[in-house]
Ligand binder design. Structure first.
Ligand SMILES: Nc1nc2c(ncn2[C@@H]2O[C@H](COP(=O)(O)OP(=O)(O)OP(=O)(O)O)[C@@H](O)[C@H]2O)c(=O)[nH]1
Ligand SMILES: [Mg+2]
Length: 384
């Protein structure tokens, strides 16, 4: 960031950061443009502001022509799953989208480059996975700052998250902000929704089954009362902390898997910073990459695939080769789920299947509809 800007400019920039609506952003950008000193050294900055301005104006136009106002931020799902790239400004999210997919997105040496979620399609082992480059997370985004609630709801829409941190600066700071904002916005990262069932009644008080799984039953009762539950059977099926219990009552929470990309390994200090990050956040898988040099890109694809919990199934007709591409199914899907996915006729008239692959003992083994398929299985469906 050039230091030779005026106080007016810095104020306008702060206004831009705080602006919540598109008209406010446009107003602030116009101020920034009018107060930036006009000489060769600020040429790139002026260009940047102009580009932002025209993008927002275009957005404003679009939102005006749409019924109900407000531009929509969430991206329509395509392919087997949707993955969101989240991180602070300038960490390299857009650069990563570009190396993973064929999408065309803007990359610039200036924070807040991406202003609307931008999707691209990534192919992995014959499966199409949608990657969405998100506008940046900033401090207090969870309470409406910057891209605010629109950004949060777009992230919610994704099936899994990839956190991008910049190894050329303090990555622990990146992680602290990202995780804190996600938490405040109602995300629970790499956590399983606690296995608790609550059956509400109109009378009879509170009964708790599975008391051995909690440290303090009285606290649980207090939490229930505070949440206006006074008659219920609460079945706790696994060990939970009080905080997890409280979370289980909150329907607005969103449980997502995430791993971390440490970007910019081509920069000198990155190895040191990577070590610090791993020490501070040992519970996260970190994949160090350079979007610029295109190193370790295959590892990201593999990890995304792993986190999605999908299996590929190759269907085949009797007497012919397996079809390509495979179909993506949720882990734990059955042969009948596969039949349903292919055609309702196969599902309705299902008799048995022949299977080649990891889920069976020998090739061509016969299996019923409830048989669970595994990654890479070939399934031949026979009908009545
Ligand atoms: N040295 C180096 N620079 C990188 C790398 N990846 C991205 N950059 C640079 O970092 C800057 C920001 O990159 P972007 O991809 O626009 O970052 P972003 O996270 O999308 O930024 P916002 O849209 O503002 O959130 C650009 O100048 C990129 O060229 C990398 O692997 N190494
Ligand atoms: Mg970007």
């Amino acid at each position: 960031m050039p230091t030779n800007v005026t106080r007016e400019y810095l104020l306008a920039e702060e206004e831009y950061r705080k602006a919540k609506t598109i008209p406010e952003k446009i107003k602030a950008l116009e101020k920034m443009y009018s107060t930036v000193p006009k000489h060769k050294g600020t040429e790139k900055m002026r260009l940047f502001i102009k580009q932002r301005l025209s993008k927002y104006k275009e957005e404003l136009e679009k939102s005006k022509t749409k019924k109900g106002g407000g531009p929509s931020f969430s991206v329509k799902k395509e392919g087997a799953a949707q993955v969101a790239l989240v991180g602070l400004p300038n960490s390299g999210k857009s650069s990563i989208l570009k190396v993973l997919t064929n999408a065309n997105t803007e990359i610039a040496d200036y924070p807040l480059t991406t202003v609307i979620p931008t999707p691209g399609m990534m192919e992995y082992k014959g499966i199409q996975i949608q990657i969405v480059d998100m506008p940046p997370i900033i401090k207090d985004v969870s309470v409406g700052k910057g891209f605010g609630f629109q950004l949060i709801s777009a992230i919610r829409n994704a099936d899994t998250l990839v956190i991008v941190v910049d190894l050329s600066r303090n990555p622990v700071n990146d992680m602290d902000i990202i995780l804190n904002e996600l938490y405040r916005a109602g995300f629970r990262i790499n956590k399983k929704k606690p296995d608790i069932e609550i059956k509400k009644f109109s009378s009879g008080g509170i009964e708790i089954s599975g008391r051995e799984y909690v440290s303090d039953v009285n606290e649980i009762k207090k939490i229930l009362v505070e949440n206006k539950i006074s008659n219920a059977l609460v079945i706790i099926k696994e060990k939970v902390s009080l905080e997890d219990f409280l979370d289980s009552l909150n329907r607005n929470l969103s449980y997502k898997k995430a791993f971390v990309i440490g970007n910019k390994t081509d920069i000198e200090r990155s190895q040191e910073n990577l070590k610090i990050l791993k020490e501070r956040y040992p519970e996260f898988d970190v994949i160090p990459i350079s979007a610029k040099k295109k190193t370790n890109i295959e590892q990201i694809k593999e990890k995304i695939y792993e986190n999605l919990d999908i299996v590929r199934v190759f269907t085949k007709s009797p007497g012919s080769d397996p079809d390509y591409p495979p179909i993506a199914m949720k882990r734990g899907s059955t042969v009948l789920d596969v039949a349903k996915e292919v055609h309702k006729h196969l599902y309705k008239n299902f008799k048995y299947a022949k299977i080649w692959g990891k889920s069976v003992k020998y090739d061509g083994q016969r299996a019923g509809g409830e048989h669970i398929v595994e990654d890479g299985d070939i399934v031949e469906i026979h009908i009545k």
